[in-house]
Design a protein around this ligand. Structure first.
Ligand code: C2E
Ligand code: MG
Ligand code: MG
Ligand code: MG
Length: 277
């Protein structure tokens, strides 16, 4: 019966689907030249602690294509993940992060840098070796580097993922669960993995304090995190009311347009020279 349906569906193949596949292919091709050239840029978005003090930044990729204009990361990261290009892109970001940390350390600034690691990048056979080499090559302080992964990573190959996480933590780096609470994974992993941080997804932050459900979810995440001795960051903080609520309920760090939009990494580094941030 399923087979029958499957066959029937072939008849419904629409011309639009062909265009979509074509478009995905062309996106991947353009992205490939972007990675080889200099059309990909690394931006930094500051994070502050409960007192508003700068504590670090998350690095975010930006792609400005001549023809397409600014392509949203959600789109090109997915394309890069599909085509495998993500590994090269991720490795570039990782090296920039380490160079940045080494520079900050030379300037005597104790700031953290977070990078996003996609599932495919994380599962690369030599990923741990890549991180080790990036740290050693730059002299970056490992404990200031945070690797953000999403819950999706935990759905498959649990044993291998857990082992890899332990290897990474042994290098000294910190692990963070990005977009926490939006995946389909269970909470059981929280006590089993060597995590440092949970990052509350923007979708929960958006409507606090007025939405009772979101307020309850945020309070619950902070409570769970702190009971497990995990650091909690809220992302997408746009208003003072959100910030007040999050701080009042114990969020350790905040990130969002209220403090700063992502800005070119070089510009962020420059802004640090002119003041304590
Ligand atoms: P993410 O890691 O959850 O990053 C946070 C996203 O929220 C960023 O979007 C950031 O610009 C945005 N954001 C920050 N503050 C605010 C705010 O106050 N309001 C609103 N509306 N948005 C805010 P962005 O830069 O578009 O990145 C989207 C996603 O793309 C990231 O989500 C991450 O999953 C992925 N991504 C970006 N760079 C990389 C990368 O280098 N490697 C990998 N694997 N993924 C990346
Ligand atoms: Mg992130
Ligand atoms: Mg996030
Ligand atoms: Mg997000």
């Amino acid at each position: 019966r399923a087979k029958e349906q499957g066959r029937a569906q072939v008849c419904f193949f629409e011309p639009g689907m062909h265009d979509q596949a074509q478009e995905r292919l062309s996106l991947a091709q353009d992205l490939q030249s972007a990675v080889a050239g200099s059309a990909l840029q690394i931006y930094a978005q500051p994070q502050v602690d409960g007192t508003g003090q700068l504590v670090g930044a998350e690095l975010l990729l930006r792609w400005h294509d001549e023809r397409r204009g600014a392509v949203p990361p959600e789109r090109f990261i997915a394309a890069a993940e599909e085509s495998g290009l993500i590994s090269r892109m991720g490795s570039q970001v990782l090296h920039q992060a380490c160079a940045t940390l080494a520079l900050l350390a030379r300037r005597g600034r104790q700031l953290g840098v977070s990078v996003n690691v996609s599932p495919r990048q994380f599962r690369q056979a030599d990923f741990v070796q890549q991180v080790r080499a990036a740290l050693q090559g730059s002299g970056a302080p490992a404990q200031q580097l945070t690797l953000e992964v999403t819950e999706g990573l935990l759905l498959e190959n649990w044993q291998a993922t857990a082992e890899r996480m332990h290897e990474l933590v042994a290098l000294g780096v910190r692990l963070s669960i990005d977009d926490f609470g939006t995946g389909y994974s269970s909470l059981a992993y929280l006590k089993k993995l060597p995590l440092y941080e949970l990052k509350i997804d923007r979708s929960f932050v958006q409507d606090v304090p007025q939405d009772d459900n979101d307020a309850a979810i945020v309070r619950a995440i902070v409570a769970v995190a702190h009971h497990l001795r995990l650091h909690v960051v809220a992302e997408g903080v746009e208003t003072q009311a959100q910030a007040d609520f999050l701080r009042q309920h114990g969020c350790d760090a905040l990130q969002g347009y209220l403090y700063a939009r992502p800005l070119p990494l070089a510009q962020w580094l420059q802004s640090l020279e002119s003041g304590p941030g």
